[in-house]
Write a protein that binds this ligand. Structure first.
Ligand SMILES: Cc1cc2nc3c(=O)[nH]c(=O)nc-3n(C[C@H](O)[C@H](O)[C@H](O)COP(=O)(O)O)c2cc1C
Length: 281
């Protein structure tokens, strides 16, 4: 993998950064490589070709996922791989009826898994009081997210595509039943995996300007407003070009927080967690 910045590489890097932000890029480019190319080219894909994944893909992706850092090497995550069309269809129904779950050849449900160590405690007679604290669930959720994103980086580097499915938390108890999960295992999100249907190409979605998310030395709240206003315009233009509403990021994002109902069932997540055996002390 090259880190040299030839004029061609620099020009391609500049284009990649400008596409990512939808604005000109002015910072110097110290180095560039294929990993950055792949990361900057990420886009969620919701239309999949009817094309199977090569043999060994799942195992390779999971090896990449397991290569992620994990809190204290506890490895408090698991993943269920679903290829059965009927099961994918049932999970799609539970996750806001999202058709990409049916379409993708592989659907992965990433789990915060506190059961594995609890079972080990049971076998050895050790106390596992720490299991019941919110912090421990957070460790599992973070571990699952880091593992999943490693898998996404890996599959995109291999020319495949994915989209996360947070709606798997709309009805967590039903998902747990469908997947035969033991207690204290939470479906954190799903992930559709497949080859993109190139007749419906997905575009790279611009992100917030860096000064909005990057704070130097201390958090700088006042400088956010201008950057967000600029982004509202950039994303509005992007969506218009996609044939979607020109609503800005601010209004679209706030609509997700407008009311309890806008959480689509996830407002009762605490109850669902309790039902799945998490005490959340
Ligand atoms: C945890 C998580 C959950 C998500 N859930 C969904 C979902 O249920 N359905 C969906 O179509 N996209 C979902 N997405 C995809 C986001 O909408 C997408 O990443 C975001 O709009 C940025 O677009 P991009 O990934 O194409 O850059 C989810 C993303 C994440 C990280």
């Amino acid at each position: 993998m090259s880190t040299a910045t030839s004029p061609e590489t620099s020009a391609a890097a500049q284009r990649a950064l400008e596409t990512r932000y939808g604005t000109p890029w002015s910072a110097p480019l110290p180095a560039w490589n294929e990993t950055l190319d792949s990361l900057l080219a990420h886009r969620s894909v919701r239309n999949y070709a009817d094309k199977p994944l090569p043999a060994g893909t799942l195992e390779t992706l999971i090896a990449a996922a397991q290569s992620a850092s994990t809190s204290s090497n506890l490895q408090t995550w698991s993943v269920v791989a679903i290829e059965n069309p009927e099961r994918k269809a049932r999970l799609a129904t539970l996750a806001a009826n999202q058709s990409q779950i049916r379409e993708a050849p592989l659907f992965l449900v990433w789990l915060a898994d506190l059961n594995r160590l609890e079972a080990a405690a049971g076998r050895t007679g050790a106390s596992a009081e720490g299991l019941h604290y919110l912090e421990t669930l957070l460790v599992g959720v973070i571990d699952a997210a880091l593992a999943a994103q490693n898998a996404v980086v890996a599959l995109e580097s291999l020319g495949m595509s994915a989209v996360y499915i947070g709606a798997i938390r709309n009805q967590p108890e039903q998902v747990a039943a469908e997947l035969g999960l033991p207690p204290r295992v939470l479906p954190v999100f799903g992930l559709c995996v497949g080859y993109a249907d190139e007749s419906h190409p997905a575009q790279i979605k611009p992100r917030l300007p860096q000064p909005v998310v990057l704070h130097r030395e201390q958090y700088d709240a006042p400088s956010q407003e201008d950057g967000i206003a600029q982004y509202d315009e950039v994303i509005g233009e992007f969506q218009t070009a996609q044939g979607q509403s020109a609503a800005g990021w601010t209004s679209r994002s706030l609509a997700r927080w407008r009311s309890r109902e806008s959480l689509h069932g996830r407002d009762r997540l605490r109850d669902a967690l309790n039902a799945l055996g998490f005490e959340l002390r």
